[in-house]
Design a protein around this ligand. Structure first.
Ligand SMILES: *Cc1c(COP(=O)(O)O)cnc(C)c1O
Length: 396
């Protein structure tokens, strides 16, 4: 996703007949990460090729065990993507046509797609203007007799207000499915103290898309839960509905995590906390260097508690965003927008009947948000260069 955005920005400039400046600060740099771990990854991938256990092999089980332990949950099941993780989680909970599932208007489209796959109807709510996360009051107001589940998204890497949402869910007998696709390793500091995301609701979904904080070398995902029955269902659903080969208990899917990806993820998991800490340090630098520019709004976030935000994305809001993006692009700085079109205004979901004006915060923010370069290997000089360019643009 991110890499394509970089290419698109360049193409637009080429079409305009402008000089394309070399990228000085990419949006993400997966090659820099690979350089650190190439030997370990190479050995692991070779091991899979030698064993030839490509589907649900040894490293899938190893990774599931390690990832569950990392998240502080009993069970993890590797699946083929984050979208499939959400889809199968909803299926395992028995969500079906006629049901409603509440999620937030500013999430990535996959959250809505997964709900649709079950036949249920996505019901959207506007976001908390300070956190960009789910607004519990809005959720309460959106509950009907058809509501079966809530999907809070730990958007940009910051955990949703789980204590408040859990209270609402318990009061209405609703399931909570965490969309943790942007938040691998983030801690939620709530009533029970520090807890990793992934075990905060009934079931959770992770994506291992290459650009995520923990990424495979292709598509991948995982479902985590503390519920043994749900875990067993997920394992059947991802594997043609079978527990014993050729004995199909339900209409399942082919939605498994490849062993090669599990092997890569096992290597990377060891680095994840370090990488997340680096991201938070970069975020802190951005905040310091961009303070006092009235044209931009920084994340309303103090980095006090360890990994309470793991900055999958560093998102500011900017006046004259298009002009700023161009200005940065001309100086070799790649940026992104997550996401430019709110879900309720996407053509694919016009059947939901939403209109412009339904979710004013999400709509306003879609016009203003800008994601700055963010990846663990980012250098201090690069952060200074980005911040300096932004200050220059506004003459500050
Ligand atoms: C990436 C993402 C997904 C989907 O994950 P894929 O692995 O790309 O299918 C779902 N929800 C959110 C919030 C995401 O960022």
């Amino acid at each position: 996703m991110e890499l394509i955005e970089i290419a698109e920005t360049k193409d637009v400039h080429k079409q305009r007949g402008e000089i394309v400046f070399p990228v000085k600060v990419p949006f993400v740099d997966l090659r820099a990460q690979y350089a650190q771990i190439s030997e370990e990854v190479g050995k692991e991938v070779k091991g899979v090729m030698e064993r030839c256990d490509f589907v649900l092999g040894e490293r899938v089980r190893d990774f599931e065990r390690e990832f569950a332990a990392y998240c502080g949950v009993r069970y993890a099941a590797g699946v083929s993507s984050g979208t499939e993780a959400l889809h199968l989680a909803l299926r395992a909970l028995g969500i079906k046509a006629g049901d409603e599932v509440i999620t937030q208007a500013n999430t990535f489209i996959a959250t809505l797609l997964a709900i649709s796959y079950t036949g249920a109807k996505p019901v959207l709510v506007d976001i908390d203007p300070a956190t960009y996360g789910m607004d519990p009051e809005k959720v309460e107001a959106a509950i009907t007799e058809r509501t079966r589940a809530i999907i809070p998204v730990h958007i940009y890497g910051r955990p949703a207000p789980m204590d408040e949402l859990k209270k609402i869910a318990a009061g209405h007998r609703l399931y909570i499915v965490e969309d943790a696709c942007q938040a691998h390793g983030a801690f939620y500091y709530g009533a029970k103290g520090a807890e990793r995301v992934g075990g905060l609701g009934h079931i959770a979904a992770f994506s291992f898309y290459p650009g995520k904080n923990l990424g495979a070398y292709g598509d991948g995902g995982a479902v985590t839960t503390n519920d043994c029955e749900l875990f067993k269902k997920i394992r059947m659903l991802r594997d043609y509905g079978q527990q014993v080969k050729y004995h199909h208990q339900m209409k399942g899917f082919n939605s498994r995590l490849d062993t090669i990806h599990a092997a890569v993820l096992l290597v990377k998991l060891k680095y994840l906390d370090r990488w997340n800490t680096l991201r938070a340090e970069h975020a802190k630098r951005y905040m310091e260097l961009l303070e006092g520019v009235p044209e931009i709004e920084l994340p309303a976030f103090k980095i006090e508690k360890d990994r309470s935000h793991i900055f999958h994305l560093f998102v500011i809001r900017a006046e004259e965003r298009a002009g700023l993006m161009d200005y940065l692009s001309d100086r070799g700085i790649s940026t992104g927008i997550h996401y430019p079109v709110p879900n309720h205004l996407q053509k694919a979901f016009s059947d939901l009947g939403y209109m412009e004006g339904d979710f004013p915060v999400t709509e306003k923010y879609a016009e203003e948000i800008l994601s700055l370069p963010m990846f663990p290997e980012l250098k201090y000089d690069q952060i200074k260069y980005v911040a300096g360019a932004i200050r220059n643009f506004y003459g500050r």
